[in-house]
Design a protein around this ligand. Structure first.
Ligand code: ZN
Length: 314
C-alpha cells in the first residue's frame, strides 16, 4: 500500500515534469464567430479576418495626429483592421449582412465561409444576403472558386449602389486607383444579377419582418445600414460608418480616403452616432475590432465606444 503510494507520487511528479516540456504552439486562431440574441433573433458576428491598413495615410487629417491618437490607444499604423459580417437568424429566414473580401484582398481575409461553418451553418442555408455597399471587402465573398458561394440566396442592396458600381461607363471614367473597386463589384455581383438573384431596393424599406434597410449615404452613394428589431430589442448594423475607433469616435469629422463623399460621410456618422448614443441602441460595425459590437456613448464634443460585455447564449 505504502509502496503503491510512493509509486503514485513518483508517477505524478514525472507527469508534472513532462507537462513542463515545451509543447509546440498551436498557432491556429480561435474560430471567428460570436453569438448573441436580439429579442428572438439569433445574431452571429462572423469574422472574415483582418487586414493591415496604413491609417495614418488614409485618414483625412495629419499623419502626426493619427499617429498620436493611435499611440494613445496602444495601436499604430498600419493598423490591423477587422472585417466583420453578421448573420441574422429570424427563425424563418437566415440573412447574411455583407460577405467579406473573398479572394479580392489577400490571404488574411476571406475567412467567412470557414467561420460560418464553424458557427454551425452551411452556405446553402443562407436565404438572403444584404450588402451595406459594394466595396470589395464587402462583396468579394459572394463568389468562391469562380462560382456563386451562396447558391440558394437572394442578393439585395440599395439601387443607387448597383447602378453606380455595376456601370461600365463609370468604371471607364474612374481613375486607375479606383478601377479596382468597380472590377471587384462587377466580378462579385454580376453573377447574381445574371442568375436573376439580385433584387435591389430603394432607400428605407422593411425587407423581412424585423429587418429594415436605412439609407446612410456618404461612404458610398447607396451605403445602407440595417436595423434589426425583435421583441423591443434593437441592433443597428452600420457597415462602414466608421473605420478607426481610436480616431473617429473622438473626432467624428475625420474621414477616410475610401469615403466617396467626405462631407456627407462625416455628417452621416455624426447623425447616426448621436441618435445611437441618445437611444442607447446596440451597434455592429464592419471594421471595429471583432465582433465590432457595442454601444456609442457621448464624450465631450465627440463619442466613445463601449464594446459589449461578453455574453454566451444559455
Ligand atoms: Zn469596408
Amino acid at each position: 500500500m505504502l509502496l503503491a503510494g510512493i509509486a503514485l507520487t513518483a508517477f505524478n511528479m514525472l507527469n508534472s515534469l513532462s507537462a513542463q516540456a515545451a509543447a509546440p504552439m498551436a498557432h491556429n486562431p480561435a474560430p471567428g464567430f460570436y453569438r448573441i440574441m436580439v429579442g428572438e433573433f439569433e445574431i452571429t458576428a462572423l469574422s472574415d479576418g483582418t487586414v493591415d491598413l496604413p491609417m495614418n495615410k488614409l485618414l483625412n487629417q495629419s499623419q502626426k495626429k493619427t499617429d498620436q491618437a493611435l499611440a494613445y490607444a496602444f495601436e499604430q499604423s498600419p493598423l490591423e483592421t477587422s472585417v466583420n459580417t453578421f448573420l441574422v437568424n429570424t427563425g424563418s429566414k437566415l440573412i447574411l449582412i455583407d460577405t467579406g473580401a473573398g479572394n479580392l484582398f489577400g490571404p488574411t481575409l476571406g475567412k467567412l465561409i470557414t467561420n460560418l461553418k464553424a458557427s454551425g451553418y452551411q452556405p446553402e442555408q443562407v436565404d438572403e444576403i444584404y450588402l451595406t455597399h459594394m466595396h470589395p471587402d464587402h462583396v468579394g465573398g459572394l463568389m468562391a472558386n469562380g462560382a456563386i458561394a451562396f447558391p440558394n440566396a437572394v442578393l439585395r442592396a440599395d439601387r443607387h449602389e448597383s447602378e453606380f458600381w455595376l456601370s461600365k461607363s463609370n468604371m471607364d471614367r474612374a481613375t486607375p486607383d479606383n478601377k479596382g473597386f468597380f472590377q471587384g463589384a462587377i466580378a462579385s455581383v454580376s453573377p447574381y444579377v445574371e442568375a436573376e438573384k439580385y433584387i435591389p431596393f430603394d432607400g428605407d424599406a422593411e425587407l423581412v419582418p424585423g429587418v429594415s434597410s436605412v439609407l446612410s449615404q456618404g461612404h458610398t452613394v447607396g451605403h445602407t445600414s440595417y436595423l434589426i428589431q425583435s421583441k423591443g430589442q434593437k441592433l443597428l448594423l452600420i457597415g462602414d460608418l466608421i473605420h478607426v475607433a481610436a480616431v473617429q469616435f473622438d473626432t467624428p469629422s475625420v474621414t477616410i480616403a475610401f469615403d466617396s463623399d467626405q462631407k456627407q460621410a462625416a455628417a452621416e456618422r455624426l447623425k447616426v452616432f448621436s441618435s445611437a448614443a441618445k437611444d442607447g441602441i446596440l451597434v455592429g460595425a464592419a471594421h471595429l475590432p471583432f465582433p465590432g459590437m457595442g454601444h456609442v456613448g457621448v464624450n465631450g464634443k465627440g463619442f466613445r465606444w463601449i464594446p459589449m460585455n461578453y455574453t454566451q447564449i444559455r
